[in-house]
Design a binder for this molecule. Structure first.
Ligand code: ADP
Ligand code: MG
Length: 240
């Protein structure tokens, strides 16, 4: 589903990704953990073509995103992304927030886009909030609306960048349970998170990044439960 080879990314003199290699198989959930500034968001942004790699290749479903001849919009549509900040349009109700990209990008009719929006809002437990505006929702509800918006585009891969980091602690669980449900349904997911319990339960593999490289990766039980590298141990001691 995703194949990343020798991925490098620099901003000016600053080399943020220093040769990242890994693959994600269909239906797998990979959790990426690591200290702030280690390049996790930049990695996701390269998979979503929000950033152009300095060197290396990113292949999503057989489409090489780094190939200048590739239809980047077609490739981008297959990848849904959920950010720490929910980025909902404040002047649109939840239903319209979930429908608008479908109409603009996929050219769905209003009726069809709304029907698919309804179905996905139900999927994340928000069917009673379709006419609410973002400001009328809790952070957890806003984040679930953002997840529904991404799902309505029918992505084959979902990227999550610290989706619960901006939430009050009591709202984190609702968002994680929606993500858990998606994982159970077989969605392929690449998740940057500090929620170690979630990573332990849900991830097929955990990747620990520090200073632009993958320091350690493997099953959650191994990387979180029995880390082999000192840098991983130091990080886990701080977050657990
Ligand atoms: P993480 O998500 O692990 O906290 P990031 O990928 O956001 O790390 O950032 C890694 C490093 O890259 C940081 O030092 C950050 O300041 C830098 N960086 C990220 N985006 C840019 C940018 N657009 N321009 C310059 N530096 C950036
Ligand atoms: Mg980040």
């Amino acid at each position: 589903m995703v194949e990343i080879r020798d991925l490098h990314k620099s901003f000016g003199q600053l080399e943020v990704l220093k040769g990242i290699d890994f693959t994600v198989d269909r239906g797998q959930v990979i959790c990426v953990i690591g200290p702030s500034g280690s390049g996790k968001s930049t990695l996701l942004r390269c998979v979503n073509t929000l950033e152009t790699p300095t060197r290396g290749t990113v292949v999503v479903e057989g489409i090489e995103l780094t190939d200048p001849d590739v239809d980047i919009n077609a490739a981008r549509r297959r990848v849904g992304m959920v950010f720490q900040q929910f980025n909902l349009f404040p002047h649109l109700c939840v239903l319209d927030n979930v429908a608008i990209a479908q109409r603009r990008v996929l050219k769905r009719s209003k009726a069809e886009a709304e029907k698919i929006a309804q179905a996905n809002l139900e999927r994340v437990g928000l069917s009673d909030k379709v006419r609410s505006y973002p400001a009328q929702l809790s952070g957890g509800q806003q984040q679930r609306a953002a997840i529904a918006r991404a799902l309505a585009m029918e992505p084959t891969l979902m990227l999550f960048d610290e989706p619960t980091s901006a939430l009050d602690p009591e709202l984190v669980g609702d968002v994680l349970s929606v993500m858990r449900q998606l994982a159970d349904e077989g969605m392929t997911m690449l998740v940057v998170t500090h929620e170690m319990a979630f990573a332990r339960d849900v991830a097929d593999r955990v990747v620990f990044m520090d200073q632009g490289v993958i320091v350690e990766e493997g099953p959650a039980e191994q990387v979180i439960g029995d880390p082999q590298e000192e840098r991983t141990r130091v990080f886990l001691r701080r977050v657990l």
